[in-house]
Design a protein around this ligand. Structure first.
Ligand SMILES: Nc1nc2c(c(=O)[nH]1)N[C@H]1C(S)=C(S)[C@@H](COP(=O)(O)O)O[C@H]1N2
Ligand SMILES: [Mo]
Length: 314
């Protein structure tokens, strides 16, 4: 059965200006686009008893939470193609258990942790964050997870470590878009500085809406950097590496003039192909002003003192 709800925000692909539009668009995943009735059904998982986690009241939003039926059907996850309608394909192909994450590079303790080990070692909390895609749409969601710094501390990074590099799975059996978009430099990579990684806002999500992450959100473990454009928030992480070289992300490798390393949200610095002054709320469909650092300047502006010569905003 094909159920399709049209909303103000449900723009035809031609009306939006996505990442990747400079490349040939291809339709892929034949049969994967249909929205099944059981789309958002939560899979029964061993860790489901950990949800919902205690809500952290320190992160207060200026806007309502976007309903799951909207955010769960409008995702960027290029391992399943260039469309926003990848939820059913992600649920079909991405099996979030068993799952392990390797932590390596400039660390005292290299380790490989099963997702269950991570959930046993680090307590979960819920935080409501704004989320702003470089394509100028936005949402607000309740993530469940823990500060990134707590995961990094387990491996005891060495003083020489300057950056943290994250990597997504690269097996096309888990994400058929990897094969179909064969000219993309897979796997999806992203990176941050050690100082950014240690900031309390930098979050690892294992859940959303009070339950384990549905596949399309980047199950079973993804990064959330709410003051940066969404492409920095890498999904379905399999490797975390400490390094002294600045990591080059997948988007930066494709088009560094449009998607740089820093990618901090700034309404006054346009993308080369569109303005960043406003964004379309997925909640209401309205255009609303974009906030500097997506509204998180108080927590993160200090990270960029002395870096004014860097391309901090793209
Ligand atoms: N592995 C991987 N991570 C990814 C992406 C992707 O294509 N692959 N897309 C990014 C982009 S562009 C955005 S805006 C967010 C979207 O997250 P959401 O679908 O949970 O809203 O995920 C980011 N993380
Ligand atoms: Mo994005």
């Amino acid at each position: 059965m094909l159920i399709k709800h049209r909303r103000a925000w449900d723009m035809p692909e031609s009306a939006i200006t996505p990442e990747g539009v400079f490349l040939n668009r291809r339709s892929l995943l034949a049969g994967g686009a249909a929205l099944g009735a059981g789309l958002l059904a939560t899979r029964a998982r061993a860790d489901a008893s950990l949800y919902p986690a205690k809500h952290n009241d320190n992160f207060v939003l200026d806007r309502p939470i976007t309903p799951e039926k909207i955010t769960g059907n409008y995702n960027n996850f290029y391992e399943y193609g260039t469309s926003k309608r990848i939820a059913s394909a992600a649920q079909q192909y991405l099996k979030p258990a068993p799952w392990s994450v390797k932590i390596d590079g400039l660390v005292a303790k290299e380790m490989t942790l099963d997702i269950e080990d991570i959930l046993k070692k680090i307590p979960l909390e819920e935080r409501a964050y704004r989320h702003r895609c470089v394509e100028a749409w936005s949402m607000a969601v309740p993530w469940t997870g823990f500060p990134l710094a707590k995961l990094l501390a387990l491996a005891e990074p060495k003083p020489e470590a300057k950056y943290v590099r994250f990597e997504t799975f690269s097996d096309p059996k888990l994400g058929p878009g990897i094969q179909q978009l064969s000219y993309y430099p897979w796997p999806y990579i992203e990176g941050v500085t050690m100082a950014e990684a240690q900031n309390d806002l930098a979050f690892i999500a294992t859940g959303i809406y009070g339950k384990p992450l549905p596949s399309q959100f980047g199950a079973p473990i993804r990064l959330v950097l709410p003051w940066k454009y969404g492409f920095k928030s890498i999904k379905s992480i399999v490797k975390v590496s400490f390094t002294d070289k600045r990591p080059v992300g997948l988007w930066e490798a494709l088009q560094d003039s449009e998607y740089g390393f820093w990618a901090n949200v700034n309404p006054e610095v346009p993308h080369p192909r569109w303005s960043q002054a406003t964004e379309q709320s997925l909640t209401t469909g309205d255009r609303v002003p974009t906030l500097l650092f997506n509204g998180y300047g108080e927590q993160v502006a200090g990270l960029y003192k002395g870096l004014e010569k860097e391309k901090l905003w793209a």
